[in-house]
Ligand binder design. Structure first.
Ligand code: PEP
Ligand code: MG
Length: 583
């Protein structure tokens, strides 16, 4: 059993598919004496597979280039047939009783070292042949499959060191039943994307890629952050039952999807959805969202060689606005950087990407990219209730600059007599501490705030949101975070603007109670969580939430706040915990 960080709820049971693109590393694993013959067989199989791969490449190169080019691969085939190398690996296996990939990488490493130091130029040049073949054999021994996730032929559970948000977006739900990764945190965009696709996922397992072999049967418990490798019949039965109960629990909650988000004593808030792609709208509607609180438009730019032009973006935004039929759709302008990369925009690799050339910083530096998007949003604004939101605003100067570019785009459209909603509302994401502390100034310039706790927490606590090693420090309930949130809500209300939250914090029932009590006006989250959050809101009194928030603010540590909120939620609505527990 491997323990990681729950990233996307639900249970998946299926066959492991190892997907990895990083440098291959063979980890040291002890084997029993009687496992030596099967390790030798694995080695032989890897050699045969490598040989057929090289022959296929040789054939292709000979055909497409020349026979002479193809002959280069003869040297690779010779390495494969080297008796000394093969025997040294088998000897090592018998003597050291470690897994074959470990022994092989040691032996091949020695060869590379010896050849690279040869005085004879010809022999020295053979080093790269040995390296190439060595890598190929190792890949086959470890069982890493180099494929894209979009063309999987059967249903699998993807196992990887890391999966980028764009690879996640590429997963076709029908063939990826779940995924597990060595690294990552609860609010990384990979985790967020998995939730949107409703794919159970566990991240930050540290050693999943070394403990799991291709084809192993896995249970992924994305609700509790557990992965079980090769379960026996009893465990399988237990998890199949848990899977069914979870589905039943979700179905029960769906009954509350159309409940108005009003507390028992009549305090009304709004519950909206976060989306990444226009196709997510179906799920938004089926889960009872009252609007879209965050449309992460950067996903429209992913997995392609070019950026979407104005027309394509216009069509995408229009489609969402029309489907929402007058309900609010908050379109966030391009937020690349951090853990989201777009190769076509050629953003250089940075030492510290989360604090680097991200989001609005990039857009202000590249107005030609920014204006294409602004024009597309403005054009779509006549087809529904669209609002614009700027990400990663750090202070007043930057907000004014973004508004200025928007005004220029509007002016240009007026001059060309292109229709758009002249009163389109503009909001700022508050996700940087400097913005949270100066939001009295920012509130005078915009129509609404949306608190991005995923980033706000990482910046105010100095805890990388995607790093599993420090995930224990990533605390939404830290008094510093609660105080910042209170300041943002109070400052917004002083200027008569509404304040929402689109970070993951808004989706946790215990935190919902506190946020409600702090006066948050809008809660935006992955569609699947909406019924549960609506249930919480409609089953508490605003007065109780207010008192709970007051108490939470008086507590000195995040742990105490968390324990208090969970206890209080359970006292106020015991049904939720009871029903979930029985799942
Ligand atoms: C946030 O930072 O809380 C947020 C909602 O934006 P993202 O997760 O896309 O950074
Ligand atoms: Mg953010």
């Amino acid at each position: 059993m491997l323990k990681g960080i729950p990233a996307s709820p639900g249970i998946a049971i299926g066959k492991a598919f190892l997907f990895d693109t990083r440098q291959l590393v063979a980890t040291e694993r002890d084997i029993k004496q009687d496992a030596v013959p099967s390790e030798i067989i694995r080695f032989e199989e890897a050699l045969i597979k490598t040989r057929s791969e090289i022959l296929a490449i040789q054939k292709k190169i000979s055909r497409e280039m020349s026979a002479q080019h193809g002959e280069i691969f003869n040297a690779h085939l010779l390495v494969l047939e080297d008796r000394m190398l093969i025997e040294e690996v088998i000897e090592g296996l018998k003597k050291e009783r470690k897994c074959v990939e470990y022994i092989f990488s040691k032996v091949i490493g020695k060869y590379i070292n010896v050849f690279s130091k040869m005085n004879d130029e010809y022999l020295k040049e053979r080093t790269s042949d040995i390296e190439d073949v060595g890598k190929r054999i190792l890949k086959n021994l470890i069982g890493v499959q180099e494929k894209t996730l979009s063309d999987l032929k059967e249903q699998v559970i993807v196992v990887a060191y890391d999966i980028s948000p764009s690879d996640t977006a590429d997963m076709h739900k029908k063939n990826v039943m779940g995924f597990v990764t060595d690294i990552g945190g609860r609010t990384s965009h990979t985790a967020i994307m998995a939730k949107s696709l409703e794919i159970p996922a566990v991240v930050g397992l540290e050693k999943a890629t070394t403990k799991i072999r291709p084809g192993d049967i896995l249970i992924v418990d994305g609700t509790d952050g557990i992965v079980i490798v090769g379960p026996d019949k009893v465990i399988l039965k237990k998890y199949e039952a848990k899977q069914q109960k979870l589905v039943k629990f979700e179905k029960t909650l769906l009954d509350f999807k159309d409940t108005p988000a009003v507390t028992i004593d009549g305090h009304k808030v709004e519950v909206s959805a976060n989306i990444e792609l226009p196709d997510d709208v179906g799920s938004v509607i089926s889960h009872g969202a009252e609007g879209i609180g965050l449309y992460r438009t950067e996903f429209l730019y992913m997995n392609r060689n070019n950026s979407p032009d104005e027309e394509e973006q216009f069509e995408a935004y229009k489609k969402v606005a029309v489907k929402l039929a007058g309900s609010p759709v908050i379109i966030r302008t391009l937020d690349i950087g951090g853990d989201k990369f777009l190769s076509q925009l050629k953003v250089p690799h940075e030492m510290n990407p989360f604090m680097g050339w991200r989001a609005i910083r990039f857009c202000l530096a590249r107005p030609e990219v920014f204006k294409v998007q602004l024009r597309a949003i403005l054009r779509a604004s006549v087809f529904g209730n669209i609002k614009i939101m700027f990400p990663m605003i750090s202070g007043l100067g930057e907000l004014k600059q973004a508004i200025k570019v928007l005004e220029e785009a509007k002016e240009d459209m007026r001059n060309k007599s292109i229709n758009f909603n002249q009163d389109i509302e503009v909001g700022a994401m508050i996700e940087i501490p400097s913005a949270a502390l100066t939001c009295d100034l920012l509130a005078k310039e915009v129509d609404f705030f949306s608190i991005g706790t995923n980033d706000l927490i990482q910046y105010s606590l100095a805890v990388d949101r995607a790093n599993e090693k420090i995930a224990y420090l990533y605390k939404p309930t830290h008094p510093a975070v609660l105080r910042l949130i209170k300041n943002i809500i109070d400052s917004g209300h002083k200027e008569n603007i509404w304040v929402g939250m689109c970070g993951e914090m808004a989706a946790e029932p215990g935190f919902v109670l506190i946020l409600l009590g702090l006066g948050l006006d809008e809660f935006s989250m992955s569609p699947v969580v909406i019924p549960e959050v609506k249930y919480v809101i409609s089953n508490v009194r605003f007065e109780d939430a207010r008192k709970a928030a007051e108490k939470a603010l008086s507590l000195p540590t995040g742990e105490e706040v968390e324990a208090f909120t969970n206890k209080r939620l359970n006292e106020l609505i015991p049904w939720l915990k009871k029903t979930k527990k029985s799942a």
